[in-house]
Ligand binder design. Structure first.
Ligand code: AMP
Length: 207
């Protein structure tokens, strides 16, 4: 099962990916999480990516493609994976095509108003990357239900950066939708439904 999750930021790709991982036992590969981990560790990649993420821009294709290529070559990806946040540009999609044959591109759709409301209230766990928000608050404020880690607001979940991220998405990522439609592997899902209903639709699309 080789899947990509497409859609603007804030359409719950990460939340759905967590559920897909649980149901199908395939690894969740989030390029955003990989960059945030590199930033937290202060690696060379992290130092380069920090300013880019803070401005809602994209990390250069060459670096992102290299990172994904290395990750997909690991043994746990043999029986499948879920890619979240990659590809985000046409060159990334072309590079991915050369690496593997995708089974499905799942597109989660939502209006800008809902995205902005959702992202500005989003909190993420520093330790395990679990995601919380208005309709999925943690049991204890600021603490992850799953691992007890500290919850934080991502620097790029501020309204001005969210707007920039949406603009970048519309310009650079939205054109990919047509490519996957042409290949006959696109599944469009209404991302404004409850998390449970979205997941039902995702599972149905993956059958
Ligand atoms: P995400 O967690 O998927 O929203 O990603 C957060 C940020 O990481 C994005 O706004 C980009 O700055 C960067 N990023 C993540 N994935 C990619 C990608 N495939 N290409 C370029 N930049 C990316």
């Amino acid at each position: 099962m080789k899947i990509i999750l497409l859609g603007p930021p804030g359409t719950r790709k990460g939340t759905q990916a967590e559920r897909i991982v649980k149901k199908y036992g395939i690894p969740h590969i989030s390029t955003g999480d990989m960059f945030r981990e590199a930033i937290a560790k202060g690696t060379e990649l992290g130092r380069m990516a920090k300013g880019i993420l803070d401005q809602g821009k994209f990390v250069p294709d060459k670096i992102t493609i290299g990172l994904v290529k290395e990750r997909l070559s690991k043994p746990d990806c043999k029986k499948g994976f879920i890619l979240d946040g990659f590809p985000r540009t046409i060159p990334q999609a072309e590079a991915l095509d050369k690496m593997i044959k995708l089974d499905k591109a799942v597109l989660l759709e939502s209006s800008d108003d809902i995205i902005i409301k959702r992202l500005s209230s989003r909190r993420q766990c520093r330790k395990c990357n679990a995601i919380y928000g208005i309709d999925m608050p943690p049991k204890k404020k600021g603490v992850c239900d799953k691992c007890g880690g500290q919850l934080y607001q991502r620097d790029d979940d501020r309204e001005e950066v969210i707007r920039k991220r949406l603009e970048t998405y519309n310009k650079q990522t939205a054109p990919l939708i047509e490519c996957y439609k042409k290949k006959g592997i696109l599944a469009k899902i209404n991302g404004q439904q409850t998390i449970e209903k979205i997941f039902e639709d995702v599972v149905e699309a993956l059958i």
